[in-house]
Write a protein that binds this ligand. Structure first.
Ligand SMILES: NC(=O)c1ccc[n+]([C@@H]2O[C@H](COP(=O)([O-])OP(=O)(O)OC[C@H]3O[C@@H](n4cnc5c(N)ncnc54)[C@H](O)[C@@H]3O)[C@@H](O)[C@H]2O)c1
Length: 386
């Protein structure tokens, strides 16, 4: 494998490759690059940590580009897909499970398959939502800052009183892969009863919690329950902890607004590890200021990397920089899946039949298929039948 520098921000791998693939950020691990090189790709990787603007992406695409691994921080709009089409591009993969930054309609119009990386983020992201919940409930960040400032003068009965989670009511909005994983951890760890809202019922989750409740009963403990709510309002007004896990689209933009915050318990905890614009962040800052016992844990922001005015000064907010999927296992797995999407389409392979179950792509003998192409049906790409 040969490396050379292209300009000062791009590294070229396998310069003699038949296909040209651009990767707009350095990715962790090595296997993803081996997958692309084995598929005869020359791989141009941007080494800058700065988020690329449309102009920089246009010049990286240039006159010839067969495939792209792009980032959720980039706006892959119709103009860029038109440029990709002109450059002969055959496939784009987002380095993310979410693809709200991609104009899939435009990609489809230009005949370009769009890949994503489902499955490998599920547990990691759910665990960060749990970490935010505990940090918010028990004021971990505030207490840490207090210690570091040398303010601790001895144990006190009322020092940093927080909130008990055990046996409280858990609310989850969006019970897809991540929402379900989060709900299971919280219900099992803290024996919380679940109330959830989604546009579709989740029978598998309902059965799981019902069975767990039965198990608790056999142990002489009080059962936990699971209830599907008819509205978001019902979840917000009843739950002690609410965690948001829907996709971001027109139906979920500002799903949490001032009126809905007003329905929540004054001492509730709100967690968001989905996408920033799911919450009206200005309304949230206002609500947190007026309700000091309300707690919020945020991984994502409406105008990333910016925060709305007043957010960083809130003592009742725990804020982390969009790191919910940041474990080495997950980020390397995402790279493998994104590269597999590109390599498979360039090789003319079909699309894997079950994007809910892609772990086989991380093993030693991956299927000859693209793990997840979100517009496969529209583009009539054949489905892999094992
Ligand atoms: N913070 C992070 O680092 C991070 C990491 C991974 C994923 N995410 C975000 O989390 C989202 C969820 O990921 P996932 O893998 O669980 O996706 P998923 O597709 O399995 O689940 C999304 C759920 O949202 C539901 N939904 C759609 N519209 C809704 C609405 N109007 N109201 C309520 N629910 C609605 C869907 O029915 C589905 O059950 C992703 O789309 C992504 O934006 C964030």
């Amino acid at each position: 494998m040969k490396h050379r520098k292209m300009g000062d921000r791009w590294t070229v791998n396998n310069p003699g490759g038949r296909y040209r693939v651009i990767v707009t950020k350095e990715l962790p691990g090595e296997r993803w690059l081996q997958i692309l090189i084995a598929a005869h790709c020359k791989v141009d990787v941007c080494s800058s940590t700065a988020i690329l603007g449309a102009g920089e992406i246009e010049s990286a695409i240039g006159k010839r580009c067969d495939g792209v691994i792009g980032q959720l921080t980039e706006d892959w709009n119709g103009t860029l897909f038109r440029s990709l089409k002109s450059a002969g591009c055959k496939v784009y993969s987002n380095y993310a499970v979410g693809f709200n930054n991609v104009d899939v309609g435009a990609a489809t119009k230009y005949g370009i398959p769009v890949g994503n990386t489902p499955g490998v983020l599920t547990q990691t992201t759910a665990e960060m939502a749990v970490a935010l919940t505990l940090a918010a409930a028990r004021r971990v960040v505030e207490a840490d800052a207090f210690m570091r400032a040398g303010k601790y003068e001895g144990w006190l009965p009322k020092l940093f009183l927080g909130k008990l989670l055990s046996r409280k009511i858990l609310g989850v909005i969006g019970t897809g892969r991540i929402g379900t994983a989060y709900a299971k951890i919280m219900v099992e760890a803290f024996k919380m009863s679940l109330i959830y809202y989604d546009i579709q019922k989740n029978r598998e989750l309902e059965n799981y919690i019902t069975m767990y409740g039965e198990f608790l009963r056999t142990q002489g403990e009080e059962q936990v329950t699971c209830q599907f709510a008819n509205s978001i309002e019902e979840v917000l007004s009843r739950a002690d902890v609410v965690s948001l896990h829907p996709v971001l689209n027109k139906t979920t933009h500002h799903l949490i607004n001032s009126a809905r915050l007003g329905l929540m318990k004054k001492e509730a905890i709100l967690i968001n590890a989905s996408r920033g614009p799911v919450i009206d962040e200005t309304a949230l800052v206002h609500h947190c200021k007026n309700n000091p016992e309300f707690r919020v844990g945020l991984d994502v922001y409406e105008d990333e990397p910016e925060m709305k005015r007043g957010l960083k000064g809130l003592r009742n907010a725990v804020i982390v920089p969009h790191i919910a999927s940041a474990t080495s296992w997950t980020r390397e797995g995402m790279a493998v899946l994104a590269a597999s999407n590109i390599a498979a389409i360039l090789r003319g392979f079909p699309v894997w039949h079950d994007p809910q179950n892609i772990s086989t792509f991380l093993g030693a003998d991956p299927p000859r298929a693209a793990p997840s192409i979100v517009n496969a049906r529209e583009l009539k790409i054949p489905i892999y039948n094992p």
